[in-house]
Ligand binder design. Structure first.
Ligand code: AMP
Ligand code: GLY
Length: 417
């Protein structure tokens, strides 16, 4: 099978790594990719948001499957353009990707499907905003309706800040604050059949102890020793299957990766958000634990034949990933700094510790930083404590001027189990 992956972050590196290890995959391409992905896939240059260009490239390469990684191309309908060219796509249509692209649409689907989520109001005027903020009280949760690359959500005790964010958005969702730990659960679906993956937890704040600004994610781990073993079954029944059924009923079936961001509250599990693609950095740890070869699962989801797929098989191992971000991330990250130590990790740390690249590019013989999140250092071990130790040992070998990482990824969970 020939596969083209669209995107160029650590999530796509994790996908390409798994696909490159799958004996069914005879050729692997990634566009645009990055310096690390170049070691496992052939890179091609394409604007990932240009559906016609992606469809043309897919046809030229003669691929059997296109996997669209990030949300922006999905919401822009890139999957639709490739499907129209007759090539199977892992990833939802532009319409179904509205589940991530519009918070108001997601709330509407959840209400119709009876999926538990925070109570909310969709507001378009200052009067509606004030009434909603007053109705819920602090802490305030204010969400820009549209895609905002992780910057659209403000959670604050400060009414003035909540109001200012709400008024800066055209359409805004104001909702009840959900207390409790967060869990990310992914499912692969063809629009009918739903195959859940293993749960993971990510760390959204920039600094240790969940301090500092929100980021795209600073690290993740899986499994979750503290979680109820029935969590996956419960979320399948209450969230994933009803959502997939509702989207099919509406005539916009969702195929691809359904990402449920959940809060485990004292009153039960609630959906915080849906995403329409693999999460980053959770994918790095979930795929590290997946034993089933990935390509045929993704192709079956793309072709509507997922019912033929046996249940997924998982390694007993735990996985931890630690993100190394550039100087000044997430505000105005500095790029172009050389990265050292990658060869040492590859040579010294064994096959269960590896570096997935996010924002990197090659400059002559050097690999330099090219984005906010630069690397995602991933390791597996017999438990979280061992995986953590291996990941941080590799982090310590990597030199990137001014870089930052959290030192507490999976620390609490490792103590729990
Ligand atoms: P989202 O983009 O919807 O995932 O929101 C980003 C982050 O804001 C989430 O991961 C949560 O940490 C936080 N958040 C979003 N909605 C809520 C809520 N209703 N209650 C508490 N925290 C929330
Ligand atoms: N890990 C959060 C996200 O992918 O949106």
């Amino acid at each position: 099978m020939k596969v083209l992956v669209i995107g160029g972050g650590a999530r796509e590196h994790a996908l390409c790594r798994s696909l490159s290890l799958d004996p069914d995959v005879s050729a692997l391409y990634c566009a645009p990719g990055n310096a690390g992905i170049a070691e496992v896939a052939e890179l091609r240059d394409v604007d990932p948001l240009d559906g016609d260009a992606v469809a043309r490239l897919s046809t030229e390469l003669g691929v059997d499957l296109v996997v669209v990684g990030p949300e922006a191309p999905l919401v822009a309908g890139v999957g639709d353009a490739v499907r129209e060219a007759g090539i199977p796509v892992f990833g939802p249509s532009g319409e179904a990707a509205q589940l991530e692209g519009s918070k108001a649409f997601a709330k509407d689907v959840m209400a119709a499907a009876g999926v538990p989520t925070a109570r909310s109001y969709v507001c378009t005027t200052p009067e509606e905003v004030d009434a909603a903020l007053d109705a819920f009280g602090a802490p305030y949760v204010v969400k820009d309706d549209g895609l905002a690359a992780g910057k659209g959500v403000v959670v604050t005790e400060d009414l003035t800040a909540a109001r200012a964010h709400a008024l800066a958005c055209d359409r805004v969702v104001i909702e009840e604050y959900l207390d409790g730990p967060e869990v990310s659960l992914f499912a692969i679906t063809d629009g009918v059949t739903v195959l859940p993956l293993q749960p993971a937890q990510d760390f959204k704040r920039a600094l240790d102890g969940d301090e500092g600004p929100n980021t795209g994610g600073m690290g993740a781990y899986s499994p979750l020793p503290w979680a109820d073993p029935k969590l996956v079954d419960e979320v399948m029944e209450l969230v994933l299957q009803p959502t997939v059924d509702e989207l099919r009923r509406r005539g916009t079936p969702f195929s691809g990766l359904l990402y449920a961001g959940l809060a485990i509250t004292s009153r039960g599990t609630r959906v915080i958000e849906f995403n329409a693609r693999f999460g980053d950095p959770e994918t790095q740890v979930v795929l590290a634990r997946l034993r089933t070869p990935l390509a045929s699962v993704l192709l079956n989801a793309a072709n509507g034949t997922l019912a033929a797929e046996p249940a997924l098989s998982w390694r007993e191992d735990a996985a931890v990933t630690v993100v190394i971000a550039s100087h000044n991330y997430p505000e105005t990250p500095r790029t172009g700094d050389p990265i050292e130590g990658l060869a040492e990790v590859a040579a010294e740390d064994g096959p269960d510790t590896y570096v997935l690249h996010a924002g990197t590019r090659r400059e002559g013989d050097a690999v330099v930083s090219a984005g906010g999140r630069v690397l995602s250092v991933t390791a597996t071990g017999s438990d979280l404590a061992e995986a953590r130790e291996k990941a941080y040992k590799a982090v310590a070998r990597i030199k990137l001027d001014g870089s930052q990482h959290r030192t507490d990824i999976a620390a609490k969970a490792a103590q729990a189990g």
